[in-house]
Design a protein. Sequence first.
Length: 190
Amino acid sequence: MKIENYELKGTKLPIITYPDPVLTAVAQPVTEFGEPLKKLVEDMLFTMYHAPGIGLAAPQIGKSIRLFVIDINYEKETVTNAEGKAVTKFTDTQPMVFVNPIITGKSGTTTYEEGCLSVPGVYEEVKRFETINVKYQDLDGNEHTIDADDLLSICIQHENDHLDGIVFIERLSNLKKNFYKKKMIKEKAR
Ligand code: ZN
């Protein structure tokens, strides 16, 4: 669901990095629709835009619930304001929110170089379905379906994986997977 009349506000939440148990847990369905959920989504979008990233799933900010936000469209730039101060500006924002998503149809294959805010510095080609059909709820609990292709399809599959406790490096060859796992564990230990 696209959020209409979106106004960028909220709190920047800390992003959990791999390895952390919350990133490998299967998230629970969202059952409460109301102000706390809306506030959480506002903060997740704020966090995603400032990171910057094109998607953020609830487990990445430590909440093991089936929810993610996406914006594959916006531009982030730093501009100098009238007082000569550098400020961050976001244009063409088109935030989308998916609550309790289920991928109900998938076809074709595509590859794309993916990255993840929870796996900083790693960019690798991942094989995904080209086109998907997704059933999900909006912030009021109403059900919707969407057909997605291109980057939106890839992004939804990446974020949906987070809800199943799958970080994108799990989708790589065993060799690469083990390499990055060891690297991330070492970096975190430092
Ligand atoms: Zn990710």
